[in-house]
Each structure stands twice: as structure tokens, then as C-alpha cells.
Design a protein around this ligand. Structure first.
Ligand code: NDP
Length: 312
């Protein structure tokens, strides 16, 4: 079985930053890209808050730069998804969807988080036929059409603003009477004449012959003046948060009720010696590219100290 000193699982800002630090520390890191090569930033548009880019940078370009930087210091980057873990004892064993199992002295879990859906049957029924969780990926298909975005956070506001640049009309369905997004994102949405924010609205189902033609909504659900009606739309976008990709590690590492890995204090240590967690998989609070990168850096430094301390 192949033996790896420093195994990094995931290729978002956390994974690549861990790889840059591990590479420069001569740990011969091997990085598996996982479900979404480059992570969530590859499906975003402009990143305006990553330090060092005064004019902003396109998400995919930022990730390509990080990848090149990781490769420059000798990271072996592979494309497979981790499907099984055995963290009972060192060396730890990880199995990938290409059938390969490797053993590793240190493991950095940087598997990120995946978009959530409402759980409606119709989301499955119309998957790829009008339902999407990524405006940047699919917005192009809705030029001059009408779409709805579900959610009230930064992602929902960002997606609604992006779609307003393509579609003729965007409904933002917000379940609460207010937006949770940051002030600047709220203003962008509320000032955009193409976006209509429908507060206290929930989606209950979709309809359409050969694709989405509309959404059944309920206004002020559970209240005396509850109201049901239909909105004609061509596209239905989910932007209601994410689920951490921690499933295969759960028998060994501590997680919170949502599945975020709980690390020791502000460190990336999981409690299993030599196993660290970095980025969104362990961060229910900040979930920013820059905080993910920082935790990837910490994880690589911890991995280096662990290897040194154990003469590995
Ligand atoms: P959030 O968890 O912040 O927001 C999720 C939104 O979806 C909330 O409005 C929530 O409603 C709503 N929601 C959740 N479940 C349901 C449901 N079942 N039905 C209807 N609505 C639902 O997630 P985001 O993805 O927006 O943001 C995650 C993190 O990433 C945040 O920290 C955010 O600041 C950051 N981010 C930053 C960006 C930037 O700075 N450019 C861009 C995108 C994200 P409720 O409020 O009622 O809970």
C-alpha cells in the first residue's frame, strides 16, 4: 500500500494552502481534489474580499493560482473522492472512489461543504430542468427569463444580483421578514429594480410540463392570514446554506449537530493525533476563503510538528 507522510483531502483554499505550506516544509504532500476540484470558489463570480486583489479576482482564477502555487512546491495533486476512512491507528487508511487505498502518517481533512436543498420531491423531479444550486454555473440558461432564488443570506443575495444581470426578473424568496445577509449585499439586492424580495415566503413545490414553469409559494405560513399562490418562473435556484462533507470521518472525529468537525480551540487538531481539519468542513462561523486558507496553513504547520515530534 502506498505510504504518504502528509495526505490532504480537498482542493479549496484550505487544501491548497495546506499543500503550499506542507510542500515548502518538505512533507511531500499528496492532495486529492475531491468532489469539486477547486472547491466552492470555482462556482462563484468575483471575489472582492481576498486580500491582495485590490480590483477583485474571479473565483476560478484565484483557485488556479493557488493550485499552481501548490504544484510549484511539489504537491502531488490527484483527482479522486475519499469514500472511506479508517482512523483507528496510525498509519491512517483512506480509500478513494478510484478503488485505491493509501496509508498516511498525517491527514488534513479539507473536504469543505456542499449546497443544501429544501428537500422537496420536485427538486429531484426537475433536477437539471430548471432547478439549480449554482447561479454562476447555470444562470446563462436564464437570459431574459424569470427566476426565483431561495434564501436570505449572502449567497442568496449574491446569486440574485448575479442572475439579475442575465434574467429579466428575479424573485428572492425569504422565509423570515428580514435578510440575514451583510448590509452591502442587502443594499445591492434592495436597490436592484429587477429583483423583487418576497419576505415571509416559502416554496412548497414546483410545476411544469417539460421543466420548471412555476413555483407554489406560501406567504406567512402558519399565520391566520396565510396565503397560497403560484409564481410563474423558468428557473429555481437554491441558496440556503451548505452541509459539511464530514460523513466518512464521523466515527472518529467530533462533529456538531450539523456535521461540522469540532477542533480543539482555535487549532485544527481533531483529537486524533496527526489528523487535522481545515476550512469549511470545520467552520460553521466564518466560512470565508481567507479563513479557510488560514486554517489550512495552521493544519500544515501542525502536521509538520507532529511528524517531527514522532520522528516520521
Ligand atoms: P447562511 O447560512 O448565511 O444563510 C442561509 C439562508 O438560507 C438564510 O437566510 C436562511 O434563512 C435560509 N434558509 C435556510 N434553510 C432554509 C429553508 N429550509 N427554507 C428557506 N430558507 C432557508 O448561508 P450562506 O450560504 O448565505 O452564507 C454562508 C456563509 O458564507 C456566511 O458566513 C456568508 O457571510 C458567507 N458568504 C460570503 C459572501 C461574500 O462575502 N461575498 C458570499 C456568500 C457567502 P434564515 O435567515 O431564516 O435562517
Amino acid at each position: 500500500m502506498e505510504h504518504i507522510r502528509c495526505l490532504i483531502i480537498g482542493s479549496g483554499p484550505a487544501g491548497y494552502t495546506a499543500a503550499i505550506y506542507a510542500g515548502r516544509a518538505n512533507l511531500s504532500p499528496v492532495l486529492y481534489e475531491g468532489i469539486q476540484p477547486g472547491g466552492q470558489l470555482t462556482i462563484t463570480t468575483e471575489v472582492e474580499n481576498f486580500p491582495g486583489y485590490p480590483e477583485g479576482v474571479a473565483g476560478p482564477d484565484l483557485m488556479e493560482d493557488l493550485r499552481k502555487q501548490a504544484e510549484r512546491f511539489g504537491t502531488d495533486i490527484r483527482s479522486a473522492i475519499a469514500v472511506k476512512a479508517d482512523l483507528d491507528e496510525r498509519p491512517y487508511k483512506i480509500t478513494f472512489d478510484d478503488g485505491n487505498t493509501v496509508e498516511a502518517d498525517t491527514v488534513i481533512i479539507a473536504t469543505g461543504a456542499t449546497a443544501k436543498y429544501l428537500g422537496l420531491e420536485d427538486e429531484k423531479k426537475y433536477a437539471g430542468m430548471g432547478v439549480s444550486a449554482c447561479a454562476t454555473c447555470d444562470g446563462f440558461f436564464y437570459r431574459k427569463k424569470t427566476v426565483a432564488v431561495v434564501g436570505g443570506g449572502d449567497t442568496a443575495c449574491e446569486e440574485a444580483s448575479y442572475l439579475a444581470g442575465l434574467a429579466s426578473k428575479v424573485y428572492l424568496l425569504v422565509r423570515k421578514p428580514f435578510l440575514r445577509a451583510s448590509k452591502i449585499m442587502q443594499e445591492r439586492v434592495l436597490d436592484n429594480p429587477k429583483i423583487e424580495v418576497l419576505f415571509e415566503h416559502n416554496a412548497e413545490g414546483l410545476y411544469g410540463e417539460n421543466g420548471v414553469e412555476g413555483v407554489h409559494v406560501v406567504k406567512r405560513k402558519g399565520e391566520a392570514d396565510e396565503q397560497h399562490y403560484d409564481l410563474a418562473i423558468d428557473g429555481f435556484f437554491l441558496a440556503i446554506g451548505h452541509k459539511p462533507n464530514s460523513e466518512i470521518f464521523k466515527p472518529w472525529v467530533k462533529t456538531d449537530e450539523t456535521g461540522y468537525i469540532i477542533t480543539e480551540g482555535a487549532s485544527p487538531c481533531t483529537g486524533i493525533p496527526g489528523v487535522f481539519a481545515a476550512g469549511d468542513v470545520a467552520d460553521p462561523h466564518y466560512r470565508q476563503a481567507i479563513t479557510a486558507a488560514a486554517s489550512g496553513c495552521k493544519a500544515a504547520i501542525e502536521a509538520e510538528r507532529y511528524l517531527l515530534g514522532n520522528k516520521l
